[in-house]
Design a protein around this ligand. Structure first.
Ligand code: SF4
Length: 357
């Protein structure tokens, strides 16, 4: 278990590390920077997934059972799965996904949050394991089903926790339903990627579905995804496919970019997203401003020498001082800590209800 400073989680668990960049949100990938540093420090897990300071496109997945089963022995937690890669990278085999989902199934007192930029792979995998009846499941998804049942058959020997079929039933473990403690999410850094990824997410069976608009690189309108949507029958792949009803997003996270090369976020983009969520009654979590904060919030704090730029409403950034009288918002590079996470003076920490521990 690794404690994390990521505001919406308590711990991270990395059964898979490594990645390949897929969209503009990946440009200044934090995990890539951290993996390169850990590789230089000699951590073998990261040495095969980076070349120099960059991802090399390879992934590394744990094959030792201690690390794979570790969350079963943890105290109840909110766990960000794969903060150092993307679990649904094409090169992660289904058998590894089966093992990861089996561990989460047997850790029902923790909530696991999976965030991907590859929702098609995620949906294909989830549908291949859950959208079938019991007899099909045994025949068509033997690794997933057998992995869980094998773990259950270990009984008391499993990390000191009593896990046999009777206890599984008492915990409400039902392999025919999406795991109640697993939340699925996608990143949507701009409108284009919101429209490409969120409909796929919303047609993937899951206990909770969320979107992380981070790093926010432009205005994002989620109106179509914050209330029930109707799809033509046959496209729904949801809990009520016959009716073609797709449930709304359960949670929206928003944040600006941090680290070297960070791109600023216009305050009005974050405000608009917050207001959309409030109108729809969907929990909104403002994670951070990132490296750049609104200039007016820092003008009195002695940081007037911080670099300043102008963010135009369409996302174009002008810097440094030239054209600062053009339409847009002045942002100061004060650093992530000083920029903080207040939006209009309020900390937005809303989240969906967790399964009671
Ligand atoms: S998908 Fe995530 S982990 Fe992979 S390169 Fe992009 S930002 Fe980094």
């Amino acid at each position: 278990m690794s404690k994390t400073k990521i505001e919406w989680a308590r711990d991270t668990w990395n059964p898979v590390v490594g990645c390949r960049k897929v969209s503009r949100g990946c440009q200044n990938c934090y995990a890539e920077r951290m993996a390169a540093r850990l590789a230089r420090m000699g951590q073998w897990k990261y040495q095969t997934v980076v070349s120099g300071n960059a991802w090399n496109g390879r992934v590394n997945y744990v094959d030792n059972s201690d690390e794979l089963l570790a969350p079963i022995g943890w105290k109840p937690s909110r766990v960000f799965v794969c903060s150092m890669g993307d679990l649904f990278h094409d090169d992660v085999p289904d058998t590894t996904l089966d093992a990861v989902f089996a561990t989460m199934a047997l850790s029902p007192r923790s909530t696991f949050m999976l965030l991907t930029k590859r929702p098609l792979r995620m949906r294909d995998y989830i549908l291949s394991r859950w959208a079938m009846d019991d007899s099909d499941r045994v025949e068509r998804a033997p690794q997933w089903y057998q992995h869980v049942t094998w773990l259950l058959d270990q009984g008391e020997t499993l990390l000191g926790r009593r896990w046999d079929r009777a206890h599984a039933a008492a915990e409400g473990l039902d392999l025919a339903q999406p795991l109640p403690n697993v939340w699925l999410g996608v990143t949507a850094e701009d409108q284009e990627h919101a429209e490409a990824r969120i409909p796929v997410l919303l047609t993937t069976p899951a206990a909770r579905r969320f979107v992380s608009v981070e790093p926010m690189l432009g205005p994002v309108n989620l109106h179509d995804y914050l209330s029930t949507t109707w799809l033509p029958v046959g496209e729904a792949h949801c809990t009520d496919p016959a009716a073609g009803r797709v449930p709304p997003l359960d949670w929206v996270i928003c944040g600006g970019e941090s680290g070297p090369g960070a791109r600023p976020m216009h305050p009005d983009w974050a405000r608009a997203l917050r207001d959309q969520c409030r109108r729809a009654g969907v929990p909104f979590f403002f994670k951070q401003w990132g490296e750049w904060g609104p200039l007016e919030d820092h003008i009195e704090t002695g940081r007037r020498t911080a670099p300043v730029c102008l963010v135009k409403p369409d996302g174009a950034t002008v810097r440094p001082y030239c054209q600062l009288d053009a339409p847009g918002h002045q942002m100061a590079r004060v650093g992530k800590k000083a920029a903080g996470r207040l939006l209009d003076g309020i900390t937005w920490d809303q989240r969906p209800e967790m399964r009671p521990c």
